[in-house]
Design a protein around this ligand. Structure first.
Ligand SMILES: NC(=O)c1ccc[n+]([C@@H]2O[C@H](COP(=O)([O-])OP(=O)(O)OC[C@H]3O[C@@H](n4cnc5c(N)ncnc54)[C@H](O)[C@@H]3O)[C@@H](O)[C@H]2O)c1
Length: 436
């Protein structure tokens, strides 16, 4: 099948590349000249494990190319995926300007039948509204489909290649068949392709993210309660996880959820609920708990150092909103950095992939370190914000020597409080018993 993908960000680039890998001919289109230049130079504008090799192979074999020119990019395509960003607007509502402009531009260029698939996360009713806008600009026949994406950054290629399920929202049998054909190579292990209306498909994506965000805020709130009640969240987590109705997944306390999806989608769902006069108390609370949780490390650090904080040096390990990505959108690390800079704290930071993105915001206000241990030199404390694998088993003796004070604020509970105490550290986890 000939396919065009509009937007070569995390979703568009993975979608286009994986579709090419299955034998389709794919053109990736982006209006960002810099991104397309980077792709033409054989590099990736983002970090995503396993993606570079796939992009390189499919380009080499002539199934994948990139352009900034929409007209030329979609000319031959039978199916067009819209994968542009839907960032949060000022009042939490999704900003759909990229969706409207991409769809309207496509409509003005249509010369023959095409299937237009919206993969971006969009409020319920957007597919229908986009179709209306496009029909006002074109008399050529086309079909619309909603096909929300559930991939996780850091495991995006695997998630796309072996999805738990594919959701499509369609109103035409032709659109359904085209998408069934396109996705059949990815669903060989009997994972389902679920067909529904575009509205239900759009809603499915928000409900999935709201559920996951709810689990995170729930366990964070329980961890905070554990702290004041001298219970250990790690024991409690294991105690509940073995109940098959509850399970273990997504129940790890931390410094709040970030990234380009949960915060934005939770807020968009709240905005949708408000617009329709339907209260969404639980989801509003999920967001409030998360806002508070993102300041949790700040609170612990301020409490520990009191009025001695100004002039101290804090090492930070982990800047990306989660491991195996360079994405720092809404990352908890940014809240910590902002607050510590306000307090006059010197920062020495390390992240395996996200440093360049953080440097683009803070410039020379922060010291960026190539290696984790470099960030510890002369530090009064270490804060762990992202649980990259390489932080899990460091040499604590070397660390002790490097740091001015052996204090760790572990925002991901990757170390054991008792072991840390035995090694001579002052250790703060989340919801852990410190001297039990
Ligand atoms: N990132 C994720 O993990 C993820 C997962 C599932 C769903 N989503 C959703 O997918 C959508 C895209 O997310 P993303 O993270 O890939 O965004 P992104 O910001 O990384 O990429 C979007 C790309 O679209 C391009 N673009 C915007 N308007 C364009 C136009 N008119 N023509 C050509 N290119 C245009 C931008 O230049 C950018 O490169 C969002 O709605 C998001 O909520 C994201």
């Amino acid at each position: 099948m000939k396919i065009a993908v509009i937007g070569t960000g995390y979703v568009g680039l993975v979608t286009g590349t994986c579709l090419a890998e299955c034998g389709n001919e794919v053109v990736g289109i982006d209006k960002d000249q810099g991104k397309i230049d980077t792709l033409h130079a054989g590099r990736l504008p983002i970090y995503e494990p396993g993606l570079l090799e796939l992009v390189q192979r499919n380009r080499r074999e002539g199934r994948l190319r990139f352009t900034t020119q929409l007209a030329e990019g979609i000319a031959e395509a039978q199916t067009i995926f819209i994968c542009v960003g839907t960032p949060p607007g000022p009042d939490g509502e999704a900003d759909l300007s990229h969706i409207w402009s991409a769809g309207e531009e496509v409509a003005s260029l249509l010369a023959n039948y095409k299937l237009i698939v919206v993969k971006s996360t969009v409020p319920v009713g957007t597919n229908a509204a986009l179709e209306k806008r496009m029909r006002a600009r074109s008399s050529i026949a086309f079909d619309m489909a909603s096909n929300p994406e559930f991939l996780k950054e850091g495991a995006a290629v695997d998630d796309f290649m072996k999805p738990d399920r594919v959701v499509i929202g369609v109103r035409s049998p032709k659109a359904e068949q085209l998408l069934r054909d396109l996705y059949s190579p990815f669903l060989r292990t009997d994972h389902p392709l679920l067909v529904m209306t575009p509205e239900s498909a759009e809603m499915t994506k928000y409900v999935a993210n709201a559920m996951l965000a709810t689990k995170i805020s729930f366990i964070n709130e329980m961890a905070n309660l554990c702290e004041v009640m001298h219970a250990d969240i790690n024991d409690v987590r294991r105690g509940i996880g073995h109940d098959s109705r509850i399970g273990f997944q997504f129940l790890f306390p931390g410094p709040g959820y970030g990234g380009s999806c949960f915060p934005k989608d939770v807020n968009a769902l709240i905005a949708m609920a408000r617009k329709h006069g339907q209260p969404a108390h639980l989801i509003e609370a999920v967001e409030q708990v998360n806002q508070r949780q993102k300041r949790m490390l700040v609170r612990k650090i301020r409490q520990h150092f009191g009025d001695q904080l100004a002039g101290k040096c804090l090492a930070i390990w982990g800047l990306a909103f989660k491991p195996r990505t360079d994405d720092i959108r809404e990352a908890p690390s940014l809240v910590l950095i902002d607050e510590m800079l306000k307090d006059g704290v010197r920062l020495q930071v390390h992240d395996p992939e996200a440093t360049a993105n953080v440097k683009a915001i803070y410039g020379e206000q922060i010291k960026y370190c190539e290696r984790p241990y470099d960030a510890l030199k002369g530090a009064d404390a270490l804060a762990i914000v992202t649980e990259w694998q390489e932080f899990r088993n460091p040499d604590f003796v070397v660390m002790h020597h490097l740091m001015k004070q052996p204090i760790i604020f572990d925002g991901r509970n990757i170390y054991e409080p008792k072991a840390m105490k035995a090694l001579g550290y002052t250790y703060y986890g989340i919801g852990r018993v410190l001297d039990g």
